[in-house]
Design a protein around this ligand. Sequence first.
Ligand SMILES: NC(=O)c1ccc[n+]([C@@H]2O[C@H](COP(=O)([O-])OP(=O)(O)OC[C@H]3O[C@@H](n4cnc5c(N)ncnc54)[C@H](OP(=O)(O)O)[C@@H]3O)[C@@H](O)[C@H]2O)c1
Length: 299
Amino acid sequence: MASPIKNVAVVGGSGNLGRAVVSELVAAGFNVTALTREGSSATFPAGVSSKPVDYSSVESLTAALEGQEALVSTIATVAVAGQQPLVDAAVAAGVKRIIPSEFGINTRFLGQEPIGKILQGKVNTLNYIHEKWKQNPSFTWTGISTGLFFDWGLPYGSIGLDKATKTATIHDSGNEPYQATNLPLIGKAVAAVFKHPEPTTNRYISIASFNPTQNEILALVEKITGEKWTVNKVSTAEQQKIGLEKLGKGDYSAFSHFLRKRIHQDGAGLAVQGPDNAIELLGLQEEDLGGTIRAWLEG
Ligand SMILES: NC(=O)c1ccc[n+]([C@@H]2O[C@H](COP(=O)([O-])OP(=O)(O)OC[C@H]3O[C@@H](n4cnc5c(N)ncnc54)[C@H](OP(=O)(O)O)[C@@H]3O)[C@@H](O)[C@H]2O)c1
């Protein structure tokens, strides 16, 4: 990539992840423009310009992306399947690097698992981007897998801890390490990709703040609170069964059941440790699990 990236557009910058991405891009010195749905009530920090767009219109999106060298999409899960006009517009506007709305499990390795059916919108978008790169080699991409959003998931409940009742949900043995990342680190990773784009050109990378086991997390919450927590044991085989029943009825809330099975089942082997964690490639460091949990418990 000949010239450095200065102007970055963010899609979904008002969302759970988008706010952290906008904040870290601003902190890293980029000129940030947030694209937002027409009629959205989203607001953005001082210094961030916002442009209302129609996500179904290549024309509207191309006009909004004029002058942008990079684009990161943190669009909502429900909207990931509709990103083709955005990709077409990015190519038309001369965007040099796109990071699509991935930010979860690595969608390049889904095998035949039913969770892949629910993630087709992400898979198809990245496949489409790759085809566009073949036709326009100056249009490049980076995919980022983050595992579970850890700091966001603590109050949301997706880490399996309830501090009000001091209850922990533990799947299978609880000894399987899993990939988890705090939102600010994801924002820093996006900024690092745009600061030094070459090493991640057309690459799908995985990052993690840490790779804890459920039992390590339980030991930490008990140590910090000085109390024994109630443990609710859950089988991932049962989660898979519930997921299949839901999917059979077209209920996509099956996702969270398949996810539990995928990441927590004994022997899953999906932690991203050592060189598998691209955090060092981006010039960043793993984070303090205990500090993250303590901040939530004391918050
Ligand atoms: N790994 C994890 O644990 C985890 C957890 C949650 C999400 N994710 C992933 O992270 C990415 C971002 O998710 P998020 O939770 O941050 O997104 P979100 O907060 O639900 O939504 C982000 C933004 O998308 C925009 N948007 C555009 N079209 C929309 C539509 N049809 N409906 C709703 N919003 C729409 C909205 O911004 P405007 O109003 O400004 O248009 C919204 O604020 C997704 O790929 C998601 O799958 C991962």
